[in-house]
Design a protein around this ligand. Sequence first.
Ligand SMILES: Cc1cc2nc3c(=O)[nH]c(=O)nc-3n(C[C@H](O)[C@H](O)[C@H](O)COP(=O)(O)OP(=O)(O)OC[C@H]3O[C@@H](n4cnc5c(N)ncnc54)[C@H](O)[C@@H]3O)c2cc1C
Length: 450
Amino acid sequence: MGSCIIVGGGIAGLFASILASEKFDSVTLIEGSEKCGGLLKSWKNKQQISFDFGTHILSETANDEMNAILFKGIYEHPELWNSFDVTKVSNSFSGKIYDEAQFIALHHLTEVDYKLALSELLLAPGRSLDEAKNLYEYAVDNYGPIITNKIFRPLFQKMQQAELEELHPNVHIIFAFNRFILSDTTLSKALKKIDKFDSKLAFSSYYDGLSGAKKFYPKERGIELWVEHLCEQAKEKGVEIRLNTQVAKINSDNNHVTQVVLSNGEELNCSQLIWTIPAIFAIRAAGVDYKSSVKPEFCPMSLHHLVFDSPFLDKNYYSNINEFDCDGFRITLYPNILDKKKSNLHHCTVEVLHSELSGNALSAKLADELKALGYVEKNAQLVQSDEIKVPMGFPKFTNEFVNEKVRQVDLLNDSFKNMTLLGKASKTEFFVYGILQETFDAIKKLAHYE
Ligand SMILES: Cc1cc2nc3c(=O)[nH]c(=O)nc-3n(C[C@H](O)[C@H](O)[C@H](O)COP(=O)(O)OP(=O)(O)OC[C@H]3O[C@@H](n4cnc5c(N)ncnc54)[C@H](O)[C@@H]3O)c2cc1C
C-alpha cells in the first residue's frame, strides 16, 4: 500500500513505524537527532551512571496486541528486566510523606481544613470538563473551595506558574491531582463504589485495585534499553531509520502529501505521512497559511541527576513532591527499581519545573529539600550532581495553548487527507500511554490493520 514516512523517532514514531510496517510497502522513520527515543532516552554522568528524563516505569496495557509489540524485547529477554506487580509511588504533602500512593492525603491538611474539605468534596455539585471554562470552575464545583484554594491554587502556581483561571480544566489530571486519599479507608472504599466519588477518591494503598498488568524497568542502565528493543524490532520489520535529518519541505497535490524534502535536499515520495513532532513544523514545511494568535509557553524545566553517599529512606520507585515551597516536583529513586545485586549506588533524578536558581546551587537546594522531607538521611552527602535543562519539556497548559494546538491539528487535517498527527502533534495526549493507545488506534484505522 505505498510508502509511509514517519517524522520523529520518539516512542510515538517508533511504535507507529512498527505498526505501519505491517501494511505499507516501505516505511521510513526520520529522526532529527543522532539517536531515537526522544524523551525516553537515558543520560550517563561522568561515572557512567544512567539517568532517565523523568520517571519511566513501563506497564502492560489492557490490549494484548499492543503488548506483543511494545514488550516483545522484554518478553524475549527477561534476564535484562525487572518485573513488578505494583508501581510503588509515594508523595509528600504538608511536609509529610504518604508512602503508599501517588495521590495527596487530604488528612495532611490541618484538622479543621480536612473536615471542611471532606464535606465540600462530598457535597460538591459537580461540573463536566466541557462545561468548565477553566480549571478554577472545574475544581471549585467538583472538589470545593478548600481543595481548590489550599491545594490546587498553590500547587499550580508552583508547577505551572499560572493561576487556575488561566489553565485548561483537565490539567490537574496530568499532575495526578484528580484523586485524594481520606484518613478513613473504610469510608473511602465505600464511597468509591459510587461513580461520582470514585473519580475523586483514591485507594489508600497501591496494593488495592491492582489491574494485574506487569510493570517493567531494566535491571541495569536506564529506559533507553526499551528504545533499543523497539529500534531492533522496527529494523527487523524493514523500517528504514534515518538519523540526523529533518523534513525541510512538504510537497502536496490536491490535498494529498506527495513528497517530503529532507534537510540534505533528498526527495522522498510518500503515500502516507505520519507526523509525531509539533504540528507547527508541518504547517511551516508545507507552507500552509496560518497565523498564530498565541506563543506557546514552556516551563523552564530542569532535571537534576544526584548521587548521594547513603541509601534513600523512601523505598518506593518514585515520589511526587507536592510541597508548595520546594523546587523539586518529582523524584525517581533508581536503586529501588534496578537490580539490587548489581547496583549499590544511591542515585536519583529530581525534576524541577521552575526555580529562581540553577546549576549547583539548585542541586544543593534540592538535596536539602530531600533531607528535610525525609527522602534522604540528614547527614548524607551529595557526591555528584548534574543539571540537564529541558526548555521545551513541559508546556504551560493554558486554555490558549490547548486551543491553539487543536487549531493547528485541525488545519492540517483539513489541508491533507493523508497526514496523521500523533505523539507531540496529538490534539489531546501528553503521557506515554495515551500517546501509545492513540497511535495504535489511528494506524489500525488508517491501514485497516487487523
Ligand atoms: C521531563 C518529562 C517527564 C515526563 N514524565 C512522564 C511520565 O512520568 N509518564 C509519562 O507517561 N509521560 C511522561 N512524560 C511525557 C512523555 O515523555 C512523552 O509523552 C513522550 O515521550 C512523547 O513521545 P513522542 O514520541 O511524542 O515525543 P518525543 O519523545 O519528544 O520524541 C520526538 C522525537 O522527534 C525528534 N524530532 C524533533 N524535531 C524533529 C524534526 N524536526 N525532525 C525529525 N525529528 C525530530 C526528537 O529528536 C525526538 O526523538 C514526560 C515528559 C517530560 C518532558
